[in-house]
Design a binder for this molecule. Structure first.
Ligand code: ADP
Length: 664
């Protein structure tokens, strides 16, 4: 076994690898960029070496520099994690040439699976079933289009070099084909420097079921059951589980053996994942093979009781696989939820920000939190906005799912918008509890997973108003100085305060005038034509609430923008409006044409002066490797663009001047 390894990655996966290495008595070397000087992975490793600027190309993608660091520090092997250099054959080769073990498959296998279309050709020969489609070298747009027409719409365009859902577009009709092809190609060349495409029949109700395989260099290969990753947004996984609900022993064996056969076809070594689409009739089709550890590997670890990073290290050091196929035993059910800094209400737009408040649920034998951040850390534009992976396990699916919901409601993050509420809504949605899954789940159940705003306001606004009132009382008392004075009673209404107070609160994207009136044993909170009776007290950051005899506990966190109230059903950010502004800044009419976040302008799609119809795509921005199209809010004229392709733009900045038709 190795004495020392280098981890060519950052964030949660670097921390994850370090944990196993430490348990096995292996020393670790971390590498870090300027943005990660104080990052958790740097603190956890035995040694850490600075490798460059914050942009991945200046640090985590500098293969030659990383190999050099491994040599200097005497690391015998490099673990690439996932993303960055993990599927880069040149990097694996550079490691080999430097006499350092690459913890992953051989370069041949990486190359074979690196192109989705070449992979499909290999799998076709190995008699692994494929989704019908075109994966040829000829990239003539007319040919791509006619092959789409031949197989019939809908089709899916995929970048052959793709990954992470980038460069992928659904096309529902021939009319949409050209625009979709251009957009997919642009995204692919920006992300992978390669805009070749393949065209596939788009299955309308498949499940994403993938098989974990492992091979060693002694000819052994096993599968460690499967994971169902059907719950996706933008074709990216949100919640994964193992085993796949409804899986029969027979189908598991068929898919498992097919996956091992696929791995053998490319002389595979180490951990790999063979992704399949499982159709409603039980037929399954090879989609791609990921030649690395997957983000969602923990659910497999939870049900098999194995440490997959340990397996990777063993195989890379030349040992045999720890288990034979018939020794793999499955127990219970596991879920993983990916906690992201993103705004589900804005089409899952990645968010940045400082994690001013971070309180994960307590870890125990049922709950595991894989993360790479601490309170105070920054979610920056440079890296993936994943904050953590929340993993739960229990004896069966419904118990595990209850654990997931409860751990999610205990997870508290302030300082950036997250998908926590959205995940909670997913975990408690009836069709999800019934395991009625397919990749269109989120789209089909929008009403369940995006919460009813009216209901939220009724629930949250009175609590927010009371919290604000109690905070202000506390501040006034602190200013008054004497904490022991009889006037400082925490539940009380100060004598010199008005009987009825007006608070102006912004919550759930709206501004409210809220009247709070003292009643015998509580407060009457009223807004618009609504009212609610509530009582409570604030003890440190815990808000005790009582409504109609129902007592609940919530946590109040303060952030630079205001407050966040974490209740039973999720988080409610709110802030008091300062009396002199009175109106929100979104009212200027330009809101729709502002940059959704910090990013880069990719392309302008119309000329200044052009008249356009509502919904016309006007320009494309890129942020965190995803493209965002800015569209005309109404019929009108684009008068001027304020930015050109390549320009960096701050979130919120006005992008262009637009005159709506009919306006003077
Ligand atoms: P990437 O490597 O970019 O993540 P994949 O090829 O793994 O892309 O596909 C990601 C997801 O897209 C799949 O999990 C599935 O939900 C969906 N998908 C891919 N191919 C098809 C298809 N032919 N029909 C329907 N959905 C598909």
């Amino acid at each position: 076994m190795f004495d020392k390894i280098l981890i060519a990655n950052r964030g949660e996966i670097a921390c994850r690898v370090i944990k196993t290495a430490r348990r096995l008595g292996i020393d670790t070397v971390a590498v870090y960029s300027d943005a990660d000087r104080d990052a958790l992975h740097v603190a956890l490793a035995d040694e850490a070496v600075h490798i460059g600027g914050p942009a991945p190309k200046d640090s985590y993608l500098r293969g030659a520099r990383i190999v050099e660091v491994a040599q200097q520090t005497g690391a015998q092997a490099i673990h690439p994690g996932y993303g960055f250099l993990s599927e880069n054959a040149d990097f694996a080769r550079a490691c080999e040439e430097a006499g350092i073990a690459f913890i992953g498959p051989g370069t041949g296998a990486i190359e074979a699976m690196g192109s989705k279309s070449a992979a499909k050709r290999i799998m076709e020969e190995a008699r692994v079933p494929l989704v019908p489609g075109y994966h040829g070298d000829d990239q003539d747009p007319a040919l791509l289009r006619s092959s789409a027409e031949d197989m019939g719409f809908p089709v899916l365009l995929k970048a052959t070099a793709g990954g992470g859902g980038k460069g992928m577009r659904q096309v529902w009709s021939a009319e949409e084909f050209d625009e979709a092809l251009a957009a997919a190609k642009r995204e692919a060349s920006a992300s992978f420097g390669d805009d070749r495409m393949l065209v596939e029949k788009y299955l309308t109700r498949p499940r994403h079921v993938e098989v974990q395989v492992f091979c060693d260099s002694h000819g052994n290969g096993v599968y460690l059951a499967e994971r169902d990753c059907s719950v996706q947004r933008r074709h990216q996984k949100v919640i994964e589980e193992a085993p796949a609900p409804g899986m029969t022993e027979e189908l598991r064996r068929q898919m498992g053996e097919t996956a091992v056969q696929a791995a053998r076809a490319i002389d595979y070594r180490g951990a790999g994942t063979v992704e399949f689409l499982l159709d409603e009739d039980g037929s399954f089709y090879f989609m791609e093979m990921n030649t690395r550890l997957q983000v969602e590997h923990p659910v497999t670890e939870m049900i098999t009781g194995q440490d997959l990073v340990e397996w990777q290290l063993l195989v890379a050091a030349g040992a045999e696989l720890p288990l034979q196929q018939d020794e793999v035993v499955l127990r219970g059910h596991a879920f993983e939820a990916r906690v992201y800094a993103e705004d589900p209400e804005q089409d899952f737009l990645p968010q940045t920000g400082t994690l001013q408040f971070l309180q994960p649920p307590e870890e125990n034998e049922h709950v595991r939190v894989d993360t790479g951040v601490l309170q105070g850390d920054e979610i920056s534009v440079f890296y993936d906005p994943m904050i953590a992976k929340l993993i739960v396990w229990d004896e069966d699916r419904s118990r595990a799912l209850r654990r997931l919901a409860s751990a999610l409601s205990d997870y508290r993050i302030g300082g950036t918008t997250t998908n926590l509420d959205f995940l909670y809504n997913l975990a408690t949605a009836a069709p999800f509890m019934n395991a009625d899954l397919d990749t269109g789940f989120i789209e089909r159940h929008r009403d369940l997973v995006f919460r009813e705003r009216e209901q939220d306001i009724k629930q949250d606004l009175p609590a927010a108003a009371l919290a604000l009132l109690l905070v202000r009382q506390r501040e006034t008392r602190a200013e008054a100085g004497d904490p022991w004075s009889p006037w400082q009673d925490s539940g009380g209404w100060r004598l010199n305060e008005a009987h009825r107070q007006l608070l102006q609160i912004h919550c759930h994207q709206q501004d409210f005038d809220v009247w709070v009136e003292r009643r015998n044993n509580g407060y009457c909170v009223s807004w618009q034509d609504q009212q609610a009776f509530i009582n409570g007290s604030l003890d440190g950051d815990t808000l005790l609430l009582e409504r109609e005899g129902h007592r609940q506990r919530a946590v109040l966190a303060s952030t630079s923008e205001g407050f966040i109230l974490y209740g039973q059903d999720g988080a409610c950010p709110f802030h008091a409006l300062s009396p002199d502004t009175g109106e929100s800044d979104a009212g200027s009419g330009g809101g729709d044409l502002a940059a959704p976040m910090n990013g880069t302008v990719v392309t302008l799609l119309v000329d200044a002066g052009t008249q356009v119809a509502e919904g016309t795509a006007l320009m494309v921005m890129e942020a965190m490797k995803m493209e965002h199209t800015i569209r005309a809010p109404k019929d009108g004229t684009v008068e001027q663009f304020f930015y050109q392709p390549g320009d960096l733009v701050d979130g919120g900045a006005e992008l262009l001047q637009f005159a709506a038709a009919g306006d003077a």
